[in-house]
Ligand binder design. Structure first.
Ligand SMILES: C[S@@+](CC[C@H](N)C(=O)[O-])C[C@H]1O[C@@H](n2cnc3c(N)ncnc32)[C@H](O)[C@@H]1O
Length: 553
């Protein structure tokens, strides 16, 4: 049967196991508006009185043309009925699509309501408040003879959750390609969809605080969501929203270059999914043209760039690294850098102990979460006291002072008193943010093997790190002499710390006396400190512990 509105793109046909459905009668290209339709019946938004609701709906049905009435009555209902009023209600409950106006919250559309569900839907439904119509757009190319499908589920979760929701609300078992994947692939897809959902929760919780006080961490979430959408092959409203969020965070932090690109990408997805005349495409188009129009523009100046600062000529993966502010993966043979915020995060960037922060954790094949990589919090002891337990005030790389409480079995007395000194630096593996009942958030330390105190200030440690980066790194067999700065292949290393290299005796003396190696050598002799530099922080097999070199062995 051809479309009742004379739309040449599809026809209403019997679809085995699903009743009727819309089927493409010619190839429909991605982004095509498949239909744009006004409701024949609208459901009042604020009518709570069921009697009045029934009357309003009956009046609308009585006013339908014969053709519309036939169409309405032929729609599927999953509810049994004993009289006409119940029959109408059953059809409405099975078929209503959302409308977003002050007066009405949903409605019946002669054609759009005939579209069946698939969890890997090839089309997107949406209410367009500018045209006051329900629209359906192709999310990908749809072949002639292929059924047009939308999703009935607002948040797409794992297969089990989807199955339960569809059974309960629409009384059918979904056998779409996504639900029919072999077990292993289905589990992979479940993991991705659940992770996207979990990230939505984390992002909601962070709210504007995430945009301003920990923008990089929040941006990582959107980055991860986009990667997951791409892996899943979904280009829908969720992906568009992730780009909108990324644009907002960039622009709020004055990064106009990235803000514009994210907004452009959002517009492109909104256009495909909802059309160029949708409010979403129009509003984000305005931001893409002039990102400084965004209301939160410049609330922080942290990432300031101008609109034309985007690099040109980069390989696509390098461009994405730039766009998402990803830290470059280390070149093999390079040393870990203690200034890397991904590996040595400040307190604000640590995972919250009550969340499964996807930047730090991933689900393993056993279904449990495990760290994606190792990380280590560094903080300098500003003060400490022992009342019931050892407690410290420590200052992180951002200068933020936070409490550290020892909840180890020995309540901190396992530490040698000489190690616990103001001005020394505490390193805590896999640290997480803890909300204490009695004071501001900090770190609750439980496992004695996760902590180490280095006898130097955080500033000194970072300066030493810079030296190590310069003088310990080998590139193509070449190192730099710590004494004179000359680069050569045949240098001799300091036999005490094995970390710095010299042309010969004279350079070693110069390094020792004039360039501070006399004191640095003492610190670098500590194998745990050296391990901080050589550990492969990005490769997680098992948890590491102090002493680090023993873990490695
Ligand atoms: C809004 S109606 C869709 C149009 C309906 N097939 C018809 O003939 O009018 C929703 C109903 O269609 C059927 N349906 C939709 N998607 C389906 C699917 N993927 N598999 C089986 N039945 C489906 C279910 O009976 C569901 O309650």
């Amino acid at each position: 049967m051809p479309s009742t509105t004379g739309n040449p793109l599809y026809a209403l046909q019997d679809v085995p196991g699903k009743g009727k459905g819309l089927v493409a009668i010619e190839k429909i290209f991605k982004g095509t508006r498949i239909l744009s339709e006004e409701p024949i019946i609208t459901i009042p938004r604020n009518e709570l009185n069921s009697e009045r609701l029934r009357t309003t709906i009956s009046q609308q049905i009585d006013a339908l043309s014969e053709h519309q009435r036939q169409g309405f009555l032929s729609m599927h209902s999953i509810y049994p009925y004993g009289n006409t009023a119940e029959q109408y209600l059953g059809i409405l409950r099975t078929n209503t699509l959302p409308i977003d106006t002050d007066e009405s919250g949903g409605g019946i559309f002669l054609e759009a309501c005939r579209i069946n569900h698939a969890c890997d839907n090839n089309a997107q439904k949406g209410w367009n408040e500018n045209t006051m119509t329900h629209t359906v757009h192709a999310l990908r190319d749809i072949n002639k003879g292929e059924e047009i499908t939308i999703t009935y589920i607002v948040v797409l979760r794992d297969r089990k959750a989807r199955r339960e929701a569809l059974q309960a609300k629409f009384d059918f078992e979904c056998l779409c390609p996504l639900c029919s994947l072999p077990l292993e692939q289905s589990q992979e897809s479940d993991r991705r969809l659940d992770e996207i959902h979990c990230l939505d929760g984390v992002i909601d919780q962070l709210g504007t605080e995430g945009v301003l006080s920990s923008p990089l961490r929040t941006l990582r979430y959107f980055d991860q969501q986009v990667l997951l959408y791409n892996e899943q092959g979904r280009e829908d409203v969720g992906l568009a929203q992730a780009y909108v969020n990324a644009a907002q965070i960039a622009i709020a932090n004055s990064d106009l270059a990235r803000g514009r690109i994210f907004a452009e990408r959002a517009v492109s997805v909104w256009r495909t999914a909802l059309g160029g005349d949708s409010t979403q495409a129009i509003e984000n188009g305005t931001i893409a043209r002039d990102p400084s129009k965004y209301i939160l523009y410049g609330v922080s100046k942290k990432w300031r760039t101008t609109e034309d600062e985007a690099p040109s000529g980069l390989e696509s993966s390098d461009f994405e690294d730039w766009l998402w502010r990803r830290e470059k993966p280390k070149i093999l043979g390079q040393l870990a850098n203690l200034r890397s915020r991904a590996t040595f995060p400040g307190f604000i960037d640590l995972p919250d102990e009550n969340d499964v922060d996807p930047e730090f954790y991933e689900s393993s094949h056993t279904g449990r979460y495990r760290p994606r990589r190792h990380w280590c919090f560094l903080g300098e002891i500003v003060d400490f006291t022992t009342l019931l337990r050892l407690q410290m005030e420590i200052k992180d790389v951002d200068g933020t002072t936070i409490p550290l409480y020892f909840y180890t079995d020995s309540r901190g007395s396992e530490l040698v008193p000489a190690q616990v000194q103001k001005g020394y630096t505490v390193a805590i593996l896999y640290a997480e943010r803890h909300a204490f009942m009695f004071c501001e958030p900090g770190i609750r330390h439980e496992d004695p093997q996760m902590i180490k105190i280095f006898p130097l200030s955080l500033h000194k440690l970072l300066v030493l790190n810079d030296q190590v980066q310069q003088f310990s790194t080998e590139l193509d067999g070449i190192r730099m002499c710590h004494g004179c700065g000359k680069k050569a292949a045949s240098l001799h290393r300091c036999s005490k710390c094995s970390s710095f290299w010299y042309c010969g005796r004279a350079c070693q003396v110069a390094g020792w006396n004039e360039k501070g190696h006399k004191s640095d050598c003492k610190f670098l002799k500590d194998p745990d400190l050296r391990e901080l530099f050589v550990l492969k922080w990005d490769e997680f097999d098992n948890h590491i512990r102090f002493p680090l070199h023993a873990t490695k062995d």
